[in-house]
Design a protein around this ligand. Structure first.
Ligand SMILES: NC(=O)c1ccc[n+]([C@@H]2O[C@H](COP(=O)([O-])OP(=O)(O)OC[C@H]3O[C@@H](n4cnc5c(N)ncnc54)[C@H](O)[C@@H]3O)[C@@H](O)[C@H]2O)c1
Ligand SMILES: [Fe+2]
Length: 392
């Protein structure tokens, strides 16, 4: 059944393919800019990826304003404020983010501060606090979070041990570049963790209260691409077709959840990240089957609807309708077990370095996370703690 009313928006231009990077100088010119601040991190720079982007400017009129290559994993508003100062000092006119979700979200934060003419990102925390279109912003993702097409950023507040959320359609980048050269260096564990993040985006967008036919189409297309390419990308990390397919899956799931939002799994993963520094994809991967089980009595038909993209037609027709929802959860567990065996990522909280005596603090943070507002079922402290204990 269609929702009685919904909205769907995504304005990001997408360039996907081998050598897509080479379009950056032209696209920057189209945006009226030629002096970008390049944001990246040490892992991405060491993998040679920042250089590939810079090399793509050869022969163009692009002058690099500055390169900041020390963004930490899950960076904070303090890092954002410091980089905004560099943008101003070096008279940059645009931002290019080259990295995973940590780099992209930091770049979104920097763009907020420089566009709004502020010194402190904290002023803009929450939904729709921005007042004008942002500076030209291009994103070259190197993992698979989908942040290149979302109107959201998640930034750490180190003092409060929480992950702050910022959302506004103004935050959408102008251009996302998917070039397989940028993800083929990703180590297996990060490949697996970001695939689980993308899968969680698609599944939570499909289960949530904001779901609509357009976000469903993006979410199911993402799940099919993950299903068909994840094994190959782990066996042969240099396979350009599989890498590009996985990057497209993350992007499709990003568009889905930027409109339909995420739910209890992300609320718990944000809290696990904030309190215990569990990597985002790992936290989602561990909590996803528990979140699906939690939502089962509220939206059994939506969970059953995930079975076809998760397992494909051949297996789907063998499963009686009454079993489809439970089989969809089983298919997610099977996928994460395969990833655990192939890469060694943890599937239980105790193996992810979470001390058992922190579960109550994590549950407290999770029930105050913005993502929970869009879950099909309310989650209170006891519910959150029960799920965390089940995943321990
Ligand atoms: N705003 C959004 O829409 C959104 C969506 C999903 C996740 N996120 C956020 O993204 C963050 C997680 O991002 P992530 O999972 O991409 O990890 P990350 O950006 O923290 O990167 C993890 C590590 O991988 C390395 N790395 C990245 N790409 C590489 C490559 N191609 N080759 C070799 N090494 C590489 C990095 O150097 C880093 O050490 C979390 O903070 C999460 O909250 C935001
Ligand atoms: Fe996520």
């Amino acid at each position: 059944m269609l929702p009685s009313y919904y909205e769907f928006y995504n304005s990001v231009k997408i360039a996907s393919g081998n050598k897509a990077l080479e379009n950056i100088p032209y696209e920057l010119g189209q945006l009226g800019a030629n002096r970008p601040l390049i944001l990246t991190d040490q892992g991405v720079a060491k993998a040679g990826l920042t250089k590939l982007v810079i090399d793509s400017f050869a022969g163009s009129n692009v002058t690099i304003g500055a390169v900041y290559d020390s963004i930490p994993v899950d960076s904070s508003h303090l890092v954002v404020n410091q980089i905004a100062e560099i943008y101003r000092q070096k008279s940059c006119d645009s931002i290019i983010a080259v990295g995973g979700g940590s780099v992209i979200d930091t770049a979104k934060g920097v763009n907020i501060v420089v566009t709004e003419g502020s010194n402190d990102l904290l002023e803009f925390m929450g939904n729709n606090r921005l007042t004008k279109p942002m500076k030209p912003f291009i994103v070259v993702p190197t993992t698979g979070t989908g942040s290149e097409v979302t109107a959201a950023a998640v930034i750490m507040n180190t003092e409060k041990q929480t992950k702050m959320q910022f959302t506004s359609p103004y935050m959408l980048p102008k251009l996302a570049i998917l070039d397989p050269r940028m993800t083929e260096t990703m180590p297996p564990k990060i490949t697996a963790a970001t695939a689980l993040d993308a899968l969680t985006h698609a599944i939570e967008a499909f289960m949530g209260t904001q779901k609509n036919p357009i976000s469903d189409a993006f979410a199911t297309a993402a799940i099919v691409l993950i299903r068909d390419n994840i094994q190959n990308v782990l066996k042969n990390g240099k396979d350009k077709d599989s890498r590009l397919a996985m990057a497209n899956a993350a992007l499709l799931a990003g568009i889905a959840f930027s409109n339909s939002m995420v739910g209890c799994v992300h609320a718990l993963a944000h809290a696990l990240g904030g309190v215990c520094h569990v990597p985002h994809g790992i936290g989602n991967g561990i909590m996803l089957p528990h979140g699906m089980e939690y939502n089962l009595d509220a939206v059994p038909e939506h969970i059953a609807g995930l079975l076809l993209p998760l397992v494909g037609e051949e297996r789907y027709v063998e499963i009686p309708p009454a079993n489809r929802a439970l089989e969809a959860i089983a298919a997610v567990r099977a996928l994460s077990s395969m990833l655990e065996q192939a890469t060694g990522i943890p599937l239980r909280l105790k193996d992810a370095g979470v001390p058992e005596d922190k579960l109550e603090s994590i549950a407290k943070v999770a029930i105050n996370d913005g993502a929970i507002a869009f879950n099909p079922k309310a989650m209170d402290f006891d519910d959150a703690l029960r799920m965390l204990r089940a995943a321990y």
